[in-house]
Design a protein around this ligand. Sequence first.
Ligand SMILES: Cc1cc2nc3c(=O)[nH]c(=O)nc-3n(C[C@H](O)[C@H](O)[C@H](O)COP(=O)(O)OP(=O)(O)OC[C@H]3O[C@@H](n4cnc5c(N)ncnc54)[C@H](O)[C@@H]3O)c2cc1C
Length: 396
Amino acid sequence: MSVSALREVDVCVVGLGPTGWALAHRALRAGLSVTAIDPRPDRPWPPTYSCWVDELPDWLPPSAIATTIPAPTVWTKTERRIDRPYCVLSKPGLRKALPLDDATVVTGRATRVVAHRVEFADGAMQAAAAVFDTRGLPSLGRRRAASAHGIFVDAETAAPMVVDGEGLLLDWRPENGAGPDEPPSFLYAVPLGDGTVVFEETSLGLRGGMPQHVLRKRILNRLAAHGIRLTGTESSEAAHYPLDQRPPRKGEARAIPFGSRGGMMHPCTGYSVANSLTLVDTAITALRQGRDPIAELWPLRARLVYWMRMRALHGLGRLTTEQCTTMFDAFFSASPRGQRALLSRHDDYAALGTVLFDMVAHTWPFHWRYDLVGWTNRNRWLDYDFAQAPVSAARR
Ligand SMILES: Cc1cc2nc3c(=O)[nH]c(=O)nc-3n(C[C@H](O)[C@H](O)[C@H](O)COP(=O)(O)OP(=O)(O)OC[C@H]3O[C@@H](n4cnc5c(N)ncnc54)[C@H](O)[C@@H]3O)c2cc1C
């Protein structure tokens, strides 16, 4: 790395995950000079990224999508098709759609990231009119987590549960071997467009998350319930990250946190990529017009949405499997606008408030409402000892 002599640029992007890559690309397209920094800028992004198709910005070409599921399935007490196309992104396609040819890409790890400068361990420094901090999420600790264990299965083996063009977005069927006194998790299973299907058991909202071995056992139980046996040689992926990375306060940020680092990780879904891609132009336009990107990205209505989603995350983290199933059943009966307000929209606070209120108001038995709002069983799964999980969850 030799950055000590680099000239000052308009924009410095620190971290080249999908968010930083998109921000650097759109800044270049807007005619700004850009330096982007990452310890391994050419490393393929590890996770599989998915989203609703209508969440993606118009400027992104269709080649960024690997495969589309026109109407994904949700299993609660019954099977439901959601009439809203969902997609798995193509990581090579996404990168190709975001060329950084005119940027200076620096291979290095930033040690200090502040308003107008970025520093490195060897004393080198990059100055910029605006610095965006896109270094992703800090480590989890005891924060509220998204935990998932994913197994990649060839399409033929997966066929009894998932076929091409279809996908299980949320599967709450009681097939994972977890008892009623164990923290809940659901199955997510989608074809990836490359002849494989990922089966991912997912837990949302538990403090410190759910261990990988528990999630794996639960997937194997589900697959066995459908007659699917694995060889044990299938590759896998792990997710374990915080869901409560809040938006920057005005005047608090020294550099501009953006993407998952800047409050764009959805507290209830664990998704951030599509939302971050969509908000890139808001940040760049604000910069070009001399306005504060944080104020433009986070008006009061977006902060209200974030606050309500955090309340929902806290609720989610204390429910039982039976309560989750009932709650998601109610949610997927809500209006399309209400569903989108919770799942996708950055600032539709009125629809979000309505859908959350309705879900609590229609919860039955009545006393479950107290769990939802946290008057009872507030810390139901806090310090749950997974080592003591009954054998029912360990079947294989
Ligand atoms: C298994 C799994 C499945 C997932 N599925 C989805 C999904 O379907 N949809 C979705 O939206 N999200 C999904 N996620 C979450 C997803 O990982 C994040 O939403 C996304 O990666 C956030 O992008 P980002 O650019 O903000 O941060 P990151 O992708 O974390 O990128 C941060 C970048 O910063 C760099 N960096 C870190 N420190 C420094 C430093 N000091 N100096 C310079 N660079 C630095 C890193 O090298 C990295 O390249 C999933 C996560 C996992 C683990």
